[in-house]
Design a protein around this ligand. Structure first.
Ligand code: AMP
Ligand code: MG
Length: 416
């Protein structure tokens, strides 16, 4: 039985749950997913503070200040950021404050220095526009007990900064998934045997590179188990390396060839096969199962098929293991530059280059779409999705595209 792309995706993700939480130091938390809400123990900012370099005053005292009729006030003291005021602002006085410095009691406004003469003992205020402004109230950003960063958040630069602000020197995050990668095929070598490739006898295991990089891109740790020969004994030996991994991703040997052993070997090692074959192109002979509880994804060997199936099934699986909640990329509406036709009632994923022109995303094919043409993948920034019931699409029509990386969302000039 073959599964639709959606069914396959649902079956795979149904078998995958977030990894347990571990405690890591904040500096090691970048890119990981918070396993628990982090609650602020403090008020932030901890004091009413000035958002300007200027003069803390009472609004009523400066309300009538203009260039022609300025208000002159005595300056009681100067408060730098990191100092506390020793005086309060009484009616008809000012205290000079720097950005971030506490606003003294009695003041409800900070007049920016640009609207004054900058005086140190007496200040001339020439504009009333800041009356009642420029005081950032204490606790404006965070109250004690408020959730500073919620469970399920990916810890990026902003989250890291908030966590630091509330004193989270360590945080509970989901462990980074360890993803074992195994290539299969008698024809494959790694770069140390490129002479064999030059001689025309072998090809490089590019899947080990594309899948390894894709694992890292999805936020996992790649554990390269190397290459197995197309014979069952070779598999059993290498598979031992997957023992402390959270997922196994194989490539190749999962189709209907006489030497496609991956499924059978996994079964003989105790794997349960949950699905095989998806109604898609490229990538139809995808396998998925569990081996003693460890999910196994059997990607097809063809380099483009391996990458496309990784994108659709392995990436969301890794993101789910990481504890992410939004595991799928959002598709983009694109208009077609080319006529596109498909030969079989399967969901097709075609390599395209998406370019923005006057607010419209236009997609053009990278060229021939053979599943061995990895260079065409390297030029693409999205996969055009053609549903199984659309045999022909005309240039100018609209379709969905799944961005690869964030290339389809990038432009050359500041887009404001
Ligand atoms: P298979 O799925 O094993 O039948 O392989 C299908 C095609 O993908 C064949 O042309 C293989 O040579 C190629 N292939 C399989 N594994 C890899 C790999 N790791 N790197 C590059 N090409 C591969
Ligand atoms: Mg093979």
């Amino acid at each position: 039985m073959a599964y639709s792309v959606r069914e396959a995706s649902e079956r795979i993700l149904a078998a995958i749950a977030p990894l347990p939480a571990i405690e890591v130091s904040l500096r090691d938390a970048l890119g990981l997913v918070l396993a628990q809400d982090v609650v602020s123990p403090i008020e932030h900012p901890p004091w009413d503070n000035s958002s300007m370099d200027g003069y803390a005053v009472r609004a009523a005292d400066v309300a009538l200040a203009t260039k022609d009729a300025p208000v002159v006030l005595p300056v009681l003291e100067t408060v730098r950021a990191g100092q506390r005021p020793t005086r309060s602002v009484e009616g008809g006085t000012a205290i000079r404050v720097m950005t971030g410095a506490p606003v003294p009691d009695g003041a409800d406004s900070v007049i920016r220095v640009e609207d004054t003469d900058g005086g140190e003992t007496r200040v001339t205020i020439r504009d009333a526009r800041d009356a009642g402004r420029n005081v950032r109230p204490r606790g404006e950003d965070l109250q004690p007990g408020a959730v500073a960063v919620a469970a399920g958040s990916v810890i990026g630069p902003a989250q890291l900064g908030v966590l630091a602000s509330v004193g989270a020197a360590t945080v509970k995050v989901h462990r980074r998934p360890r993803v074992a990668i195994l290539a299969s095929g008698d024809e494959l070598v790694d770069l140390d045997r490129f002479d064999d490739v030059r001689r025309g006898d072998r090809i490089v295991t590019s899947n080990s590179y594309t899948i390894g990089a894709s694992v890292i891109g999805a936020g996992g740790e790649a554990v390269d188990l190397g290459i197995v020969r197309d014979d069952p004994a070779s598999y059993a030996e290498r598979m031992a390396g997957a023992r402390d991994c959270d997922v196994l991703i194989t490539s190749g040997g999962v189709s209907v060839g006489a030497f496609d052993f991956t499924k059978d070997v996994l079964k003989s090692l105790g794997a349960e096969l949950h699905l095989w074959r998806v109604l898609m192109r490229p990538g139809a002979p995808l396998g998925f199962g569990t081996l003693h509880g460890m999910p196994w994804l059997g990607l097809p060997g063809n380099p483009v098929s391996a990458m496309v199936t990784f994108e659709l099934f392995a990436r969301p699986a890794i993101r789910r293991l990481r504890g992410e909640r939004q595991v799928f990329r959002k598709t983009l509406d694109v208009r077609l530059r080319d006529d596109v036709s498909i030969a079989a009632p399967l969901t097709h994923f075609m390599r395209v280059i998406v370019e923005w022109d006057n607010g419209t995303a236009w997609a053009r094919l990278t060229g021939p779409q053979g599943s061995g043409l990895l260079t065409s993948m390297s030029r693409a920034n999205a996969l055009l999705v053609i549903p199984p019931d659309r045999t022909t699409l005309r240039a100018g029509e609209t379709a969905h595209a799944l961005p690869i990386g964030d290339g389809a969302l990038s432009v050359m000039q500041l887009d404001l």
